[in-house]
Write a protein that binds this ligand. Structure first.
Ligand code: ZN
Length: 214
């Protein structure tokens, strides 16, 4: 399926009109969006689905989110639902064809607190750790990857509040992984050549499947 170029163009024009100082000019409505509203908006946009490698949607460097209304809230809720359904710890906008700096994260699968973040930036990193990593957009493929052990991230929550989050271990890894998605980077891009060789066949299988679908 092609990237939603029209949506991106509309999005860009809204960004150009938006204030640079705030993450988005219109704060989201407080309270939970009703389920029916989510369903109605999802029908309007078609079912949300995970884009998988080598879908070009995963290679877009996303602009900041400047506007967040009912429609965006419904899509963000759809991302959260999809993340839990797939038992992922995080999901980034481009993975569902949404080219804005938005990600969902719930490493502990708590279902509580701020789990949708906008316009995140890494402020600092510390240490190194290697761990097997995978991605909902390259399902079933895992490989060891060295990343920073701790990160400090700045991001906005849905109330428009700037947060500074310190994360370590799996949470730090998840932040780095999802932030990469917002800039068109996949975890396989960061593997050293030797490790990449070990999953070469699996990656190739994704590419061949995509070619057959065309
Ligand atoms: Zn991923």
């Amino acid at each position: 399926m092609p990237c939603p170029a029209v949506q991106i163009a509309n999005h860009k024009s809204r960004i150009e009109n938006a204030s640079a100082r705030r993450p988005f000019p219109d704060r989201p409505q407080r309270g939970k969006l009703e389920r029916e509203n989510v369903r109605r908006l999802n029908r309007k946009h078609g079912p949300m689905r995970i884009r998988t490698y080598p879908d070009g949607c995963l290679r877009v460097s996303c602009p900041p989110v400047r506007e967040f209304g009912d429609e965006e809230m419904a899509r963000a809720q759809g991302m959260l639902d999809l993340m839990y359904e797939l038992k992922g710890v995080g999901l980034a906008g481009p993975q569902v064809g949404w080219h804005g700096q938005i990600l969902t994260l719930d490493v502990e699968q708590s279902g509580e607190g701020d789990r949708i973040f906008l316009n995140p930036r890494i402020l600092g990193v510390e240490g190194e750790a290697e761990q097997d990593e995978g991605c909902l957009s390259i399902p079933g493929v895992f490989a060891p990857l060295r990343r920073a052990e701790k990160v400090v991230v700045a991001a906005f929550n849905l109330r428009g509040e700037r947060m500074e989050i310190e994360a370590e271990g799996l949470a730090a890894r998840a932040w780095q992984h999802e932030l990469d998605h917002l800039h068109g980077i996949l975890f396989i891009d960061r593997l050293d050549p030797t490790t990449l060789m070990t999953i070469r066949r699996e990656i190739k299988a994704f590419e061949e499947a995509a070619e057959r679908e065309q």
